[in-house]
Design a protein around this ligand. Sequence first.
Ligand code: 5GP
Ligand code: ZN
Length: 135
Amino acid sequence: MTDCIFCKIIKGDIPCSKVYEDEDFLAFLDIGPVNKGHTLIIPKEHHETLLDTPDYIMERIGPIIRKVAAAVKSVTGADGLNVMQSNNASAGQIVPHLHFHLIPRFQKDGFKHWPQGQYKEGEMEEYRTKIAKLL
Ligand code: 5GP
Ligand code: ZN
């Protein structure tokens, strides 16, 4: 997509700090890292969100995420690592080209977990039934 910043990175029109590339995927350092070594993995094919992305891409990205995650964790000496992925602006997605964040984590690095809500009586079963029905 012509006005997509990640498509421009893939084409080489915008530089990136590349850590991995193959025919269909690219991994590079996030320009604004939570912690140093924070890496993004993207398919070269433009799809906006996880929900728009075809299975043939999702089937192949998992092993790449795992491989790059291991390298990021090893090099940074991190105690842990988050794999994060946002869909749509309300979920915090800024760049509308599917990407997975690999965030090396350290004890007390200040990066906060999400707040935990709760269900009313019967609500959890209601959601479970509705979601399960579509699968
Ligand atoms: P999102 O909130 O969409 O999941 O995250 C987008 C990420 O892309 C942000 O963490 C941001 O720092 C990163 N980013 C945005 N523009 C660029 C860029 O031009 N180069 C690199 N390397 N990262 C970028
Ligand atoms: Zn794109």
